[in-house]
Write a new protein. Structure first.
Length: 153
């Protein structure tokens, strides 16, 4: 039998996962359907000039692919809101990928940009918020181990 605290915590975790997943999907749509220029759902799109159309098209395609991957990550996180136990392993993977992405931002070696007003919030979400939700998920309890392939059922 579940305690009221566990139920309230699980419901709150579901809300957080649902909102986070929806936010990730929103960002993915912005990139997958807008490419490098984005659809403008998160700000202006006039920030570069194309000097080689063929090279741009190839890089734009890669960015659109990454936007599609981001939609998938967001869908996993959102689905975890309702199916935490069945999705637990996939949520671990999604959280690890988001944290890896956050750490990858440091490879640009531009701390003035990384910690500037445009990126400090996403970076904090990736490297502070995600680990906090991960720990919250771990403390929310666990039923019997998930059978192989059950998360996709």
């Amino acid at each position: 039998m579940m305690s009221k605290d566990f139920t309230a915590s699980r419901i709150a975790l579901g809300v957080v996962l649902g909102l986070a997943g929806a936010s990730i999907v929103y960002e993915g749509v912005n990139i997958a359907f807008g490419g490098i220029a984005t659809l403008g759902l998160q700000g202006g799109t006039d920030f570069f000039a194309v000097t080689d159309a063929n090279e741009f098209a190839a890089h734009d395609s890669h960015v659109r692919f990454l936007g599609g991957v981001w939609i998938g990550v967001g869908a996993v996180v959102a689905a975890g809101a309702a199916r935490l136990e069945r999705m637990r392993s996939l949520l671990h993977l999604a959280f690890a990928l988001v944290m890896l992405g956050g750490l990858s931002r440091f490879t640009a070696m531009q701390p003035e940009v990384l910690f500037g007003p445009s990126l400090v919030s996403p970076l904090a979400a990736e490297l502070i918020g995600v680990p906090m939700v991960w720990l919250w998920m771990a403390r929310t309890g666990r039923s019997a181990p998930m059978p192989a392939g059950a998360a996709l059922a």
